[in-house]
Design a binder for this molecule. Structure first.
Ligand code: C2E
Ligand code: CA
Ligand code: CA
Length: 468
């Protein structure tokens, strides 16, 4: 297995302001939940101290402690830790409290109502997470809530139960905090849906009104000659200005809009290749196009690509599709057969962000690739991190043994370039040469490429400030 370096907890990202607002609302929910735990825990803990109900007191102090830790984590922006900690511990502590909150004549159990709030909150907090967090925890809370609501299991010895005179008040407090918590979760979900719909509409409008464009980042050889470009999508928003793909691609993928957008990118890229074919200075260039996993998985993806390529009349090998390792998490056989079909028609294939995913070497051997693209996260710290050096060396020699071209992305300094060249990586892309450019500037660059100075003036030859 390779790396997995960039995989991390994903805060649900819905692009533009949505993710920020969502994060702020989630933070508010965690602050509310943790403060309630502290207040209820300390309030009841103090009361049970006076009543010498030690077991009940210690459970309420445990609740207050959970609240305090979660509050600390939330205030220091460790919201995921706060969420993980509070949902797991609350599930356990509330279940234990329920065992003491046994129904008695005239007073129903009410502590289990908190499990509903925890279920709803965990569904919201872990939306983009694995099945255990996203579904397992809410279901566990829900089942526990059902069991406590429908049965009278629990401790029946009055010595361990809350004093009879407080039971009726407890029911009111528990139900009220539960309803407030659930209302907060629903309000957050509702706001997320509204914001998401607004951006989805914006994306549709952008597509219909031609607000997307492609920028082209040169790919160069060691002698500085431009051998091709990567087409990078830009959204020229009439109000917000230029929006980078990191802000909207994930939403486009979630909503399925990536299919028409990807289609537009491919048509535009092929039209550009046709244009380049007319000019001897650009006729030999290849153009790499990013393809999302969800786009590639469309049943008619291959036929669509081939139709666009054939209609445009370009030489198919000039088009290079950049795929990522995320494609390989399922249906590898189908992925391989689709890639093989594209390859049999001459379309070139590159594995993007190589080393960051989980592609086993076994899979890699089976993929009909032309190129491996070393991810910029390895290039960034290349000169300071011996692990990155070792990884890049391995990736270069791996591509050699698999007979694949290799290109390093994110090359920003002369020193990185020299190291890569000395280690047999002979094609590069990065700010050292050029940032992604609008088409006219890219074509000017091809005519007069900016070859980096071979003798660095200082050991910190770095990315120009305006690109940093
Ligand atoms: P990517 O495919 O890894 O593209 C490289 C990204 O690194 C680009 O960001 C590029 O501007 C940036 N970059 C290039 N050289 C350097 C460098 O020297 N240093 C640093 N720090 N960054 C560098 P960009 O354009 O914001 O694109 C981000 C991602 O959005 C792309 O990552 C790609 O995954 C996705 N994307 C872009 N265009 C498309 C598209 O048409 N379709 C799809 N599905 N995804 C796209
Ligand atoms: Ca790429
Ligand atoms: Ca990349």
């Amino acid at each position: 297995m390779l790396g997995g370096r960039l995989t991390s907890f994903s805060q649900p990202l819905h692009g533009l302001a949505v993710s920020d607002k969502h994060r702020r609302r989630v933070k508010a929910l965690l602050l509310f939940g943790s403060t309630m735990c502290i207040l209820l825990g300390l309030g009841w803990g103090g009361y049970y101290l006076l009543k010498a109900k030690w077991l009940l007191m210690s459970m309420d102090l445990a609740l207050a402690t959970i609240g305090a830790i979660a509050l600390g984590c939330t205030l220091t922006e460790r919201t995921r830790l706060a969420a993980l900690l509070s949902v797991h511990t609350l599930l356990i502590v509330v279940c234990i409290i329920c065992l003491f909150d046994t129904p008695i004549a005239g007073v129903a159990r009410s502590a289990h109502m908190h499990l509903l709030t925890v279920a709803a909150a965990s569904y919201l907090l872990f939306r983009g997470e694995n099945a255990y967090l996203r579904l397992g925890l809410p279901v566990a809370c829900f089942v526990a809530c059902l069991v406590f609501a429908g049965s009278d299991i629990g401790i029946t010895n009055p010595a361990y139960q809350p004093p009879i005179e407080t039971r009726a008040i407890t029911v009111w407090i528990n139900n009220a905090t539960c309803f407030i918590g659930i209302a907060m979760v629903l309000a957050i979900m509702q706001s997320d849906v509204a914001a998401r719909n607004a951006i989805e509409d914006d994306l549709r409008t952008a597509l219909a009104q031609g607000h997307f464009s492609l920028h082209y980042q040169p790919q160069v050889r060691e002698d500085g000659r431009v051998i091709g470009a990567e087409a990078l999508l830009r959204w020229e928003h009439p109000q917000r200005g230029m929006i980078l793909p990191g802000k909207f691609i994930s939403l486009a993928e979630e909503t399925g809009l990536i299919v028409p957008i990807g289609d537009w990118v491919l048509r535009k890229a092929c039209a550009q290749l046709l244009n380049w074919a007319q000019d001897p200075r650009t006729a030999g260039l290849s153009l790499s196009v990013n393809v999302s996993a969800s786009q590639f998985r469309q049943p008619d993806f291959v036929s669509q690509v081939l139709e666009i390529v054939h209609r445009s009349g370009i030489e198919p090998s000039r088009l290079k599709l950049e795929l990522t390792e995320s494609l390989l998490v399922k249906d590898v056989d189908e992925v391989v057969s689709k890639m093989a079909e594209l390859k049999s028609h001459g379309v070139a294939l590159s594995l993007d962000d190589f080393g960051t995913g989980y592609s086993s070497l076994n899979y890699l051997k089976r993929l009909p690739l032309d190129q491996l693209k070393i991810d910029q996260s390895f290039v960034r710290d290349l000169l300071n991190d011996p692990n990155d050096m070792a990884i890049v060396r391995t990736l270069v020699s791996l591509s050699r043994s698999l007979n694949l071209m290799v290109i390093a992305e994110g090359v920003e300094t002369r020193e990185q370039l020299d190291w890569l060249r000395d280690n047999d990586c002979l094609a590069y892309q990065g700010y050292l040469f050029s940032k992604p450019l609008p088409i006219d500037q890219f074509e000017a660059f091809v005519r007069a490429p900016r070859v980096p100075d071979p003798a660095p003036a200082s050991p910190t030859t770095a990315v120009p400030a305006e690109l940093a």
